[in-house]
Design a protein around this ligand. Structure first.
Ligand code: PLP
Length: 332
């Protein structure tokens, strides 16, 4: 993960490289993600909610945290007491923040994604005048595609930057960083690529896999030709087959879309999932690994682009689905 951040930092050119750690660090454990990236030199972190911000306190020294959902009425107590900045998204949020004293904040401008953010015309009318804005940001809708929308959003962002007070400008997520130096501005905000997601072809060969789920064999059995495995008997043995049952399932985030398409790995040997993925169990064909025994561990193939293709899930979903039953172990 740290190597991925270093690559994204280098690709960000003169811009600082931050880190999106929302959804518990995309499922990997936000506290440890922040600790490691802060030690590597990352200074700007982003979460979605104030509960996520509170869970990261106290922050490592010299680190700043921004809360992307901004300030709803019920967020004001946290927003005025925690060491984090809101990202203001609406006129109401701006008024609410001013009414509470209006300390340093970030602002999201909508330049075409039509998700969160202030409209450029609101901003041009002086809505933000006098506000202490650190990061003025916008978010790209199609950065993982080669479409004109990217440059249109970039130019819209640039054209309004002059009329809005700010310390820093920020536009690029992981895919946006791959679009090149024009998109980096002062600060980039990668998320998925930190955790091994390949947002665009430019990242292939540079971004490394981070999450490597493993499971233990609870039982090994011989399934005779003609017998089936798992719920609804969706797989039937064409010949006598060596099968192992793993202690992992869709409750751990290995979702049912992997049924019949995912596989485990014993070293380089691929061991196909067979039958339905259950809540807590997955059956694999271990014919190719005669030495595997009850109590042995295997990896689940979680190379994100490949697992996304096998399951029909987004690389993002594969990460954020990983469940609480895993022991999260960090290795160098
Ligand atoms: C989640 C998020 C990011 C990170 O996006 P990735 O595609 O995971 O790199 C950056 N900025 C905003 C506003 C986000 O919501």
């Amino acid at each position: 993960m740290v190597a991925n951040w270093r690559w994204l930092n280098a690709q960000s050119g003169g811009a600082a490289c931050g880190a999106a750690v929302k959804a518990d660090g995309y499922g990997l454990g936000a506290r440890e993600v922040v600790r490691q990236l802060a030690a590597a030199g990352c200074r700007d972190f982003f979460v979605a909610t104030w509960a996520e911000a509170a869970a990261l306190m106290p922050l490592p020294a010299g680190v700043a945290l921004s809360v992307l959902h901004g300030v709803r009425p019920e967020d004001m107590a946290a927003a005025t007491s925690l060491n984090a900045r809101p990202v203001l998204n609406t006129s109401d949020q701006v008024r609410r923040w001013r009414a509470a004293g209006g300390g340093v904040c970030d602002v999201m401008i909508d330049t075409g994604i039509n998700r969160l953010g202030l409209a450029p015309q609101d901003v041009a009318a002086g809505l933000l005048d006098g506000l202490q804005v650190d990061v003025l940001m916008s978010h790209l809708a199609c950065a993982d595609e080669d479409v004109e929308d990217n440059d249109r959003q970039r130019r819209a962002f640039l054209s309004l930057a002059d009329s809005v007070p700010h310390r820093r400008l920020s536009l690029a997520n992981s895919a946006g960083i791959c679009l090149g130096a024009d998109y980096a501005f002062d600060l980039t905000r990668p998320g998925v690529a930190l955790y091994g997601g390949i947002p665009r072809a430019e990242a292939t060969g540079h971004i490394r896999q981070v999450a490597r789920p493993e499971a233990e064999i609870l039982q090994r059995r011989l399934v005779p030709a003609g017998s089936s495995v798992g719920y609804n008997a969706t797989w039937t043995a064409a010949r006598d087959t060596e099968v192992a049952i793993l202690n992992i399932g869709y409750a751990d985030g290995i979702l049912r879309g992997f049924s019949g398409t995912g596989h485990a790995l014993a070293g380089e040997i691929a061991l196909p999932f067979i039958g339905r993925v259950s809540m807590d169990l997955i059956a694999i064909d271990v014919t190719a690994a005669p030495d595997l025994r009850e109590g042995d561990w295997v990896a689940i193939d979680y190379d994100l682009p490949r697992a996304a293709a096998a399951s029909g899930l987004a690389q993002y979903e594969l990460l954020t689905s990983l469940g609480d039953r895993f022991e999260r172990v960090w290795m160098d």
